[in-house]
Structures are given as structure tokens and as C-alpha cells.
Design a binder for this molecule. Structure first.
Ligand SMILES: Cc1ncc(COP(=O)(O)O)c(C=O)c1O
Length: 429
């Protein structure tokens, strides 16, 4: 039995939870019911983006410059998720055999809009939980013998590299890396590095379309063409790409493409995907096996059969795609580039060393700068704890600044002002 103190604690928790729930729903209700009309964009772009900002729960006085780690699902996405719970949790489907679990279904109502958005066909797409999972399916699923090589960059995320490290340790495949210059000056540099590192044992080229370390946009189409010309599989980690910039997996010509739309598409956490080019589907082994794993006619659906999972996240994913389409990916990408270029230019004016490519084609909404002797963690803590500005960096002095479309120019200016203040306070020239 609970004693009085425990009872009170539980009571406070429940009241707190109800309060929080009410707050969340009030915030969602306060968000404008519809997105601003694009005619407003034509009249005044700043007003248009300021209106869109109202769809996000991030408090108005918080400046979030780390969308590269995780995005923030806006009101239309959250509403879709709650609608999904409301619908599915009633368990009152018409067909007594129909259950709202997604581990055993085609879910074309979600795959179709995603396929239209990324450029593949429905049958080439498996709905998974994130890029790490999709990358693991790739690293586990490709036939390779001990001594066979996978070639990647030195800027891969652990969720891209470690699945291969596991395979190397367990089965003796070999990981080779090309070292990317910081910054990459032009696409040809990257192509030459890969070309020179290919050996007769290279079976897979694996690289981030946009790297987590510096945000460089690698020449994916050219790298995939290089791989294809040598009979090597191309696997692209596109965790950052959907929602940041326009792309099309067929146009890129990759064999495999993984992603985490919870970043730049602002989709729910736990709604990732794996694209497998039709000709490659039959060459990829399943990692998780349940009914249908050995059924070729399911095409890529067989990879999304993972047992019971979270349907409402897919409702949110679909809403995130709708929202991006409604705003227009061309407008979003343009905005990302403008904000990214602005913050980069301002940091360079302050003497920061740019690790972001000088070639506009090789950068988008992540600017990375090196600012020695500033200790990035000290700056990160100072900005967050005293000024509600959230950035991300790497030791010792790297700052990675993400500029999602919902950020306002005045937010960037406040960050810059506080960056200057920090330097003055710490007497850093
Ligand atoms: C390039 C890249 N790949 C994979 C991941 C892992 O993403 P997730 O944790 O959503 O699987 C990240 C996350 O930052 C990333 O930047």
C-alpha cells in the first residue's frame, strides 16, 4: 500500500501530467489551424517564415541551432500522431483480423507519399525506424566474404559506420576510409579520393550524402556512378537530406539509401526508411525475420516486416511530407541555403575557420566552423544555460550550426551577438 507521502507524490505526478497534457494541447490549439498561404511568401518572405514558425512548439525565446541532431515536429505532424492514436487505440476496426500494428502490412498509404517525395517506387521502400536501423540492414544484408572491402569516408556517423564495424569484427570484412579535406573544396576532390581507394576487393561504397561531422553535401550522383561503373554497390546514408534539400533516389542512381526524416523533414522520431533499388532487392538479406522475410514478391516490404511497431509515427511522417509539399521543397531549400550562408558568412567575418565547402553545391543548411581557442562545450553550456541558445559542436573547438527554415534571421543575429559577448567576457580575441 502507498503511504501518505507516496500517495501525494503520485497525486502530484498525475496532476502534473494532466497540466502538461493540457499545456501541449493548448499549444497545438493556439498554433494556426492552417499553414500560411504561399501568396504571402510572394509578398513578403520574412513574414511568411515568421508565420510558419508559429507551427512549432519550440518556445519563442529559444533559439534552436541543432536541427541536424533532431528536428522538432510541428503542429500538423503532432495532430496527425494524436489522430492516429485516437483512431487506432479504439481497436474497433471493421475487419476482426485488422489490427493497427504495422509489422505485417504493406502500408502503401504511407509508402506512396514517401516514394513520391524521395523519387523511388513504393516497392523499393521499406518503412523503418531510423537511419541507424536502415544502415544496419545494409551492412548485415549484403553478401560479403572475409577480406572483402567497404569503402567509406572518415566523416560517417556511428549509426552509419558501426554496423560495418560489427560485421568486420564478427566476419572479417575490411573497412577502408578516405579522409575528406576540411573543407572539401570541390566535388572532383572527393571523386578522386574514392576512385584512388577502390581496390579489387571493394564491394560497397558507403557514404553520407550530407555528413554529420561538417555538413558537406557529397557528390552523391557522381559517386554512385563511379561505383556502378566498377560493379560496386553504392549505399548512401541520407539521414540529413529529406526535408533539407530536393533529391531523388533514382536520379542519384544509388543502390541503397537510408534516412531519418525526424531531422529536417520534422517527422516523428522513429519514422525512418530504407530505399533499395529494384534490381538490388533480391540481393539483400533480411536482418529481422518474421512472416514474409523470404518472399521475393513482397519486394522491399519484406524489410519493413519487423513485428509490431508504431503506426502513429507513420501518420506523422505522412503529415510531415504533406507539410513540406505544401510549403514547397524549392522554397524550403532556398531558405535553408540563405540562412546557412548568412550564419557562415557572419562567423567568417568573426575570424572563424570554415569547414563548410566554399562551393555552394556542396553545402546547404549546416555550417561548420572551427573557432580555437574557444572550448566548444564551455560555449555550448554558456549559450544554453544563460541565453536559451542551443548549438552543437565537436571537441575541441568545432561548432556545427544548423539553420532550419523555421529559424528567423533575428534568431541568428541574437546567437551572433551572444557569441561576441562570450568572446568579450572570456577575453578571447
Ligand atoms: C549521417 C547520419 N547518419 C545516421 C545518423 C543516425 O540517425 P538516427 O539516430 O536517427 O538513426 C545520423 C544522426 O545524426 C547522421 O547524421
Amino acid at each position: 500500500m502507498l503511504d501518505r507521502r507516496q500517495f501525494m507524490a503520485v497525486g502530484t505526478g498525475v496532476t502534473g501530467a494532466i497540466g502538461l497534457r493540457n499545456l501541449l494541447f493548448a499549444q497545438l490549439e493556439n498554433a494556426p489551424a492552417t499553414l500560411p498561404d504561399v501568396s504571402l511568401y510572394d509578398k513578403n518572405q520574412d513574414t511568411y517564415w515568421a508565420e510558419l514558425r508559429k507551427q512549432f512548439l519550440i518556445p519563442a525565446d529559444e533559439i534552436y541551432l541543432n536541427n541536424g541532431t533532431v528536428g522538432s515536429s510541428p503542429a500538423p505532424v503532432l495532430r496527425a500522431i494524436f489522430d492516429a492514436y485516437n483512431t487506432t487505440e479504439k481497436l474497433n476496426q471493421q475487419d476482426p483480423e485488422d489490427y493497427p500494428i504495422w509489422g505485417y502490412a504493406a502500408w502503401n498509404e504511407f509508402r506512396d507519399p514517401l516514394a513520391a517525395f524521395v523519387g523511388g517506387t513504393r516497392d523499393e521502400i521499406a518503412l523503418l525506424r531510423n537511419a541507424t536501423e536502415a544502415n544496419s540492414y545494409i551492412a548485415n544484408g549484403v553478401d560479403m566474404k572475409a577480406g572483402d572491402e567497404v569503402l567509406m569516408t572518415d566523416q560517417e556517423h556511428p549509426g552509419g559506420e558501426q554496423p560495418w564495424q560489427l560485421r568486420a569484427k564478427r566476419y572479417g570484412i575490411v573497412i577502408k576510409k578516405v579522409i575528406l579535406p576540411k573543407p572539401v573544396q570541390k566535388a572532383a576532390q572527393v571523386l578522386n579520393l574514392f576512385n584512388d581507394a577502390i581496390s579489387p576487393r571493394t564491394r560497397v561504397i558507403f557514404f553520407s550524402h550530407i555528413t554529420t561531422a561538417t555538413g558537406v553535401v557529397l557528390p552523391a550522383k557522381e559517386l554512385c556512378a563511379l561505383a556502378r561503373s566498377k560493379g560496386i554497390l553504392s549505399a548512401v546514408d541520407g539521414a540529413h537530406v529529406p526535408g533539407m534539400m530536393r533529391f531523388n533516389v533514382h536520379d542519384i542512381g544509388c543502390d541503397l539509401y537510408s534516412s531519418s526524416p525526424h531531422k529536417w523533414l520534422q517527422a516523428p522520431k522513429g519514422s525512418g526508411f530504407l530505399f533499395v533499388r529494384d534490381e538490388v532487392i533480391d540481393r539483400l538479406w533480411n536482418t529481422i525475420a518474421t512472416e514474409g522475410w523470404d518472399e521475393p514478391k513482397l519486394r522491399a516490404e519484406r524489410f519493413q516486416r519487423i513485428g509490431s511497431s508504431n503506426v502513429p509515427s507513420l501518420w506523422g511522417l505522412r503529415a510531415a511530407i504533406q507539410m513540406a509539399n505544401q510549403i514547397g521543397m524549392d522554397r524550403i531549400e532556398k531558405r535553408h541555403r540563405q540562412l546557412g550562408d548568412y550564419i557562415l558568412g557572419e562567423m567568417q567575418k568573426r575570424g572563424a575557420e570554415s569547414w563548410t565547402s566554399p562551393d555552394a553545391a556542396l553545402r546547404c543548411a549546416i555550417a561548420t566552423v572551427n573557432v580555437p581557442p574557444i572550448n566548444r562545450m564551455d560555449l555550448e553550456n554558456w549559450l544554453w544555460k544563460t541565453h536559451k541558445i542551443r548549438i552543437r559542436g565537436g571537441d575541441p573547438s568545432k561548432l556545427r550550426l544548423s539553420t532550419p527554415y523555421y529559424l528567423q534571421k533575428k534568431d541568428i543575429d541574437r546567437f551572433l551577438e551572444k557569441f561576441d559577448e562570450y568572446r568579450r567576457e572570456k577575453k578571447i580575441a
